[in-house]
Design a binder for this molecule. Structure first.
Ligand SMILES: [Zn+2]
Ligand SMILES: [Zn+2]
Length: 346
């Protein structure tokens, strides 16, 4: 089978590799229909984090189940599924607490990457999210909406849930990548009244407004803080979604948070240290981490997509085949695409 393979920073190729097989009775083998490139993939693509040469990549997909292990009873061959990057077992303390992204029984990655023709998915019985019907029952747009539930939409929503966004809240969203844009959708879904999106790019500002943002702040740093304070009559926000992960973004998040606000953090932290004294001065809460993808999909997001309440698939602004993998990464690396879609099979 064909699979996207990392060679060195800036270089992706397609290689022929053995098709994965069931190895444990909790596995499933999935035929991938659509996959995509994640903003987090750019860390190793740009050489900013380590990755083994020759490794298979990708962690977001939708597909159809080919075979299941003996212990997989809730999912069967032929099922159409969302394939989350998390592999929650559904029964450990972390999963039961609603944090399947922190499942203590995870074996990340299975037998290969999601950017390929087939994938071995571990903890399949609970971790996979069954979609009614077959891929052919859905429009192109709906397939893209469903694909976002494997990571990006669930991660944006996780930021909003972590920040405890409530009806009527004023929310600031930091970051105009696909996760930040999905954070806008998440804040709206939880009833935010005012959503202030921080974005400097016209195409992303437009999408943020379509997704439910009420105000755009294009400034950065101190100027951005001043703008938010003006917009909120110096009260600051009730909740802040931090979807970048840089030190400056976290500092700005703290500065725009009002007294008692919670910062929901899903941007992967790039620095080890943080001055928590600034949190103390305004009773600010800080939480967040790896998204509970399966939990959020089953509780809210799949239903919201199927009912047409949310339309997150618009984040895929460019589409590629598997053979165009290099171009798919380059488009995101150069910020030409908000998110690159890979159409793999029907
Ligand atoms: Zn991702
Ligand atoms: Zn678990």
């Amino acid at each position: 089978m064909k699979a996207a393979t990392f060679i060195e920073p800036g270089k992706m190729i397609i290689t022929e590799v053995p098709k994965p097989l069931i190895e444990k009775d909790t596995d499933a083998v999935i035929r991938i229909i659509r996959a995509c490139v994640c903003g987090s993939d750019l860390w190793w693509y740009r050489g900013l984090s380590q990755r083994k040469a020759g490794s298979l990549v990708g962690h977001e997909a939708i597909g159809v189940v080919e075979t299941v292990g003996a212990a997989v009873t809730d999912i069967k061959a032929g099922d159409f599924v969302i394939v989350p990057f998390t592999h929650g077992c559904g029964h450990c303390a972390a999963c039961l607490a609603g944090f399947d992204g922190d499942c203590i029984n995870q074996e990340h990655g299975g037998n290969g990457g999601y950017q390929g023709e087939f994938l071995r998915y571990t903890n399949a019985n609970w971790g996979l999210v069954k979609v009614p019907g077959q891929p052919s029952d859905y429009s192109d747009e709906m397939l893209n909406n469903l694909l976002t539930l494997s990571d990006v939409m669930a991660t944006g929503y996780h930021a909003a849930v972590s920040a405890e966004v409530k009806p009527g809240d004023t929310v600031v969203v930091m970051g105009d990548g696909a996760v930040g844009l999905c954070g806008v959708i998440g804040a709206k879904l939880l009833g935010a009244n005012r959503i202030i999106a921080m974005s400097r790019h016209a195409d992303r500002q437009k999408m943020a407004l379509e997704f439910g943002a009420t105000d755009i702040v294009a400034e950065r740093g101190d100027e951005a803080v001043a703008k938010v304070m003006t917009l909120t009559n110096n009260a600051g926000a009730n909740a802040v979604l931090e979807c970048v992960g840089t030190e400056q973004s976290v500092e700005t998040a703290v500065a725009v948070a009002g007294a008692g606000a919670i910062i929901g953090r899903v941007g992967i932290p790039q620095k080890a240290e943080m001055n928590t004294n600034a949190l103390f001065r305004k009773n600010i809460g800080l939480r967040g981490g790896v998204a509970a993808v399966t939990t959020h999909d089953k509780a809210r997001l799949l239903d919201a997509v199927l009912k047409g309440e949310i339309n997150p698939g618009q984040v895929f602004t460019q589409r590629f085949t598997l053979d165009q993998i290099q171009a798919a990464y380059a488009a995101m690396d150069k910020r030409q695409a908000i998110k690159s879609l890979l159409v793999i099979s029907n």
